[in-house]
Design a protein around this ligand. Sequence first.
Ligand SMILES: Cc1ncc(COP(=O)(O)O)c(C=O)c1O
Length: 429
Amino acid sequence: MTDKDLLGRHRAVLPDWLALYYRDPLEITHGEGRHVWDAAGNKYLDFFGGILTTMTAHALPEVTKAVSEQAGRIIHSSTLYLNRPMVELAERVAQLSGIPDARVFFTTSGTEANDTALMLATTYRRSNTILAMRNSYHGRSFSAVGITGNRGWSPTSLSPLQTLYVHGGVRTRGPYASLGDDEFIAACVDDLTDLLGHTRPPAALIAEPIQGVGGFTSPPDGLYAAFREVLAERGILWIADEVQTGWGRTGDHFWGWQAHASSGPPDILTFAKGIGNGMSIGGVVARAEIMNCLDANSISTFGGTQVTMAAGLANLSYLLEHDLQGNARRVGGLLIERLRAVAAQTPGVREVRGRGLMIGIELVKPGTDQADPDAASAVMEAAREGGLLLGKGGGHNTSALRVAPPLSLTVAEAEEGAAILENALRSIQ
Ligand SMILES: Cc1ncc(COP(=O)(O)O)c(C=O)c1O
């Protein structure tokens, strides 16, 4: 049961647009591994990890220990002083990024990371034109909203940027949906090339390799490599927004861009969400010549703060030492297969998509292609009743369920979650 008093106080003091999940919203009081508990003592299997932020596990002892030991020494000193954990994490991220001569700048959120990437690209290229994907989401600030191709997350159309939206982030909807993969890529490339013939030279293309808020949609592998060739000929930069796809979540790759690797790494990469396993770390990686193009000071006061860097270092070591990318591939592969089998028996499921532990289930009115956000809400409620927390998304009226558990998910937990989800889907038919 919801704490009505807390809900009333929440509604009285926080903005109306700060949405809560569920008819009776939850207060999550603690977690362990892949489970969380609410204030009434109910236990849930967590398939959303606080919007993909608890990437490894709840209350992971290695991270908790690193945070508490660091907090006992110093929490924050600012970037005005040398900061050992920040240098160490930057070295590791630079090396993992695949970007040559990489420099790393830490922020406190994905939004701020993307803002930084936009500032770098627009300054470097002396252009305020940005190419972005339809159905994209890149954050909530004034500039990030200006490159977000999702009506539900665009509270204003005012923007410091001129944004042109490109086809291709959604494989199974839109004008090219009926084409085969190669033809789909060719059509998107033709569209991009044509668009570039009509505009002033853009600074960059920004894209999520798998769209997160958009409902875990993606293009065929190789689309961004094909785009890259067109862009590189014109000096246009490629920014990969890895805020949701980073650190092995997709199973097949450490970064989402690696599904589009034939033209090399992106010029700029942004990250956030999972790296701190719940601590607020965001950041940007770029080649030195791009990162260093600013000719004025720029700081993020809390970016790289010691306590979050300690969490990031402990979390990164854990996920590499325990091959959580491999776990995402194996357990995510089983889960996707299982959910596809359920979908085949469930008329309202249009598609089960994604890879690794990043799985979208799009719901439609049975027998039609019409998005069914009410069904998505009903499945969320039923799954919660069964003891499973899910996420929601999708540019088409949030009609996609989002499955993104911590990457340490076990096979038994995947089976348990799939069974609850199956019952929830059946219950609303
Ligand atoms: C792909 C992507 N980029 C950027 C952001 C913004 O990150 P934050 O909410 O940490 O500002 C998000 C958040 O959902 C995201 O999914």
